[in-house]
Design a protein around this ligand. Structure first.
Ligand code: PLP
Length: 446
């Protein structure tokens, strides 16, 4: 049967069946709105991102002092945007057949200082925000204009030493929260799912972080973390499933990327579209980044999330309209994936509904491809990123074989401008993967 003759209800039915059967899908979001319309019903806006960015600037002198790797960037935790022409060539070869016009870049959050992943945006921002509030309320800082380096004094550290940070993590969030929390003097307790990579647990413990591992998946680890934190008066819970602060920390990326694009002479306008592909777990990181990009670059940026076929929690929540009231296990999927950072069965409680008017679509990827892309990137560019990040590479490939995606180009009047397009693969992590694990991953087949 021709797809054209199918009603939207029938198409939805086919999509739902494919998702349940762990078949790769390309879902275009027909609820996307022009930014000016979307922002009207939004509880956050551009000025919230500006104030988050200002907070990060207030903390920059302290970050520079605590983390010497940020000295060159004056205490601003940011990553480079690099062109990857050899990867583009490799993806366009017949074997993969991406057929990509325009230019291909990578946003190297895998190289972000203090954790080596995108979590250094949201996780660290939340800890800093909490720290600032505590410090001002308790006289550790006199005001928001005070010298934030005071927060590294022995007296301040002793004060923060009476406080605990709890966080649920598949690994990377624990690393960023653990590193910054420890540096400030907090006791940090990371609650992890059984899927978390062994080396991440070891690295955390070696840095003095308390690690608790549960038999269940990520959703269970977060539930345990939330419960433990709730009965502790001196604890703060970094809630990956429901945090406005983390979201804003991620959204700052939009403002910073706009500046980087300008510096590199990359135009984004009606005739120069920008396509961005971001791996999605609970949705906080890709949601925040998408929101930030839409606020600072408007309607000419097209953001797609990428999820594993066995853990497409955000996609499932969106197409059913049930958001965090449905899990991938509810439809018979395992939630298990080698993309450990994306091994999430239930999406965030707040992101799905919020981000829907800003998002272009969600695509899914089979685990097998993660390792093909991992090798391809290494062979073509000598860049290593972790399997979860490799999901984003699939965004470049989905255009060549999908009716849905062809329709997206048509509906958004983009076909004429594809030669002028810029594509960005958001490399969300991998900077801290130990050498022996890298070698294992580079030869891994599933
Ligand atoms: C956490 C993570 C993501 C996804 O972020 P969410 O906020 O969980 O959606 C993607 N890639 C890597 C490497 C991560 O660690």
């Amino acid at each position: 049967m021709e797809l054209d003759s199918l009603s939207s209800l029938e198409k939805r039915e086919i999509l739902f069946t494919d998702i349940k059967n762990a078949i790769e899908v390309n879902w275009v979001n027909h609820s996307k709105l022009p930014n000016n319309d979307a922002i009207i019903r939004s509880v956050l806006n551009l000025s919230d991102i500006d104030s988050a960015e200002a907070r990060l600037r207030r903390f920059a002198p302290l970050i520079k002092m605590l983390f010497p790797e940020t000295v060159d960037a004056k205490g601003i935790i940011e990553s480079p945007l690099v062109e990857v022409p050899e990867l583009r060539k490799a993806l366009n070869r017949e074997k993969i057949g991406a057929n990509l016009a325009g230019k291909l870049y990578m946003k190297m959050d895998s190289q972000l200082p203090v954790g080596g992943s995108v979590k250094a945006r949201g996780g660290i921002y939340e800890v800093l925000k909490y720290t600032e509030t505590l410090a001002v309320e308790n006289g550790v800082l006199e005001s928001y204009e005070d010298d934030y380096c005071k927060l590294a004094s022995p007296a301040a550290k002793a004060f923060f030493g009476t406080k605990r940070l709890h966080v649920g993590s598949t690994g990377n969030l624990g690393l960023s929260v653990g590193l910054v929390g420890n540096a400030l003097g907090y006791e940090v307790i990371v609650h992890m799912s059984c899927d978390a990579a062994e080396w991440k647990k070891e690295m955390l413990r070696s840095r003095g972080v308390i690690v608790k591992v549960y038999d269940g998946d990520y959703s269970e680890a977060i539930t345990k973390a939330r419960a433990e934190s709730a009965v502790d008066d001196n604890a703060h819970f970094v809630d990956d499933e429901d945090s406005k602060e983390m979201f804003l920390g991620y959204a700052v990326a939009g403002k910073r990327l706009k500046k980087q694009l300008r510096q590199q002479g990359i135009t984004v306008d009606n005739e120069h579209p920008l396509f961005v592909y971001i791996p999605c777990g609970v949705g906080g990181a890709p949601g925040g980044i998408t929101f930030g990009l839409r606020q600072f670059l408007g309607d000419n940026v097209h953001c797609f999330f990428v999820e594993p076929t066995q853990a497409p929690c955000m996609l499932l929540g969106m197409v059913t309209g049930l958001y965090n009231n449905i899990t991938v296990q509810d439809v018979g999927l395992s939630g298990k994936t080698h993309a450990d950072g994306l091994a999430v069965g239930r999406p965030s409680a707040v992101i799905g509904d919020f981000i829907k008017p800003f998002l272009s679509g969600i695509i899914t990827i089979k685990d097998k491809r993660l390792f093909e892309y991992l090798r391809l990137l290494w062979e073509s560019e000598k860049i290593f990123i972790e399997p979860s990040s490799c999901a984003a590479i699939h965004g470049t490939v989905c255009w060549s074989h999908s009716r849905e995606m062809e329709d997206y180009l048509e509906d958004n009047n983009l076909n004429r401008y594809l030669e002028n397009a810029t594509h960005i693969i958001w490399a969300t992590g991998g900077g801290l993967v130990p050498e022996d694990i890298r070698q294992e991953l580079l030869v891994k087949k599933v």
